[in-house]
Design a protein around this ligand. Sequence first.
Ligand code: ADP
Ligand code: AMP
Length: 224
Amino acid sequence: MEGNMMTTLNLVLMGLPGAGKGTQAQKIVDEFKIPHISTGDIFRAAMKNGTEMGIEAKKYIDQGNLVPDSVTDGIVEERLSEDDTNAGFMLDGYPRNIDQAHALETMTTKLDKSINAVINIHVDPAVLVERLSGRFICKNCGATYHKLYNPPKVEGTCDVCGHHEFYQREDDKPETVKNRIAVNTKLNTPLIDFYNEKKLLYTVNGDQDINDVYKEIQKVLRAI
Ligand code: ADP
Ligand code: AMP
């Protein structure tokens, strides 16, 4: 893929909480230079800033439930209306249910865009609790680490930006994690069927080394 031959990448990254969406998104963005649109990140920024939307979203996020579609769909449509998405984009964590998938279709049609691949990172739910309980994030740039599986190269220093402060997500507490995985597992199968029928679905094995997961993703992206 080079020069004018390059297809615009309009991607959806799917996977249960902890499957590795954020981790792989960092790599995709580095290589393919497309905006990373994570609804989870947008909600966390709004909560941090104490906006009305953030206060509303917090009620659901703290319980591990989904924020209502009426809020989430609007945020995504607004973001996809920005000019930087004309050269491609990657949605991470949206859509998360079948109604959101329909809403996405309506909004992309309206905006004269179309999704060209849905990458589903498949991981057995049994390993997700351990992944999420060991996750920590750079306070400055949002890079994601794991205390066992993906620690920073230099302990206490972010590989990406060099900062030294990290945090754990409130909703990564074991009780919230269980509900998040249950809620998302139930909603995941209809979404997989939906994109499979449209021949947009590419499933990669997320239960292997982070770099090997990325190699599978690269293969998919280079083929489209
Ligand atoms: P998601 O965005 O899908 O919720 P993350 O990318 O934040 O998931 O990954 C969840 C946790 O698992 C993080 O701590 C991350 O460092 C770790 N992780 C990501 N991919 C892998 C992998 N292939 N093997 C082991 N741990 C991983
Ligand atoms: P994430 O960072 O993707 O794990 O998302 C964190 C939380 O934000 C989720 O548990 C939901 O409460 C909320 N959220 C993120 N994306 C969506 C979405 N597409 N629909 C509804 N809620 C969402």
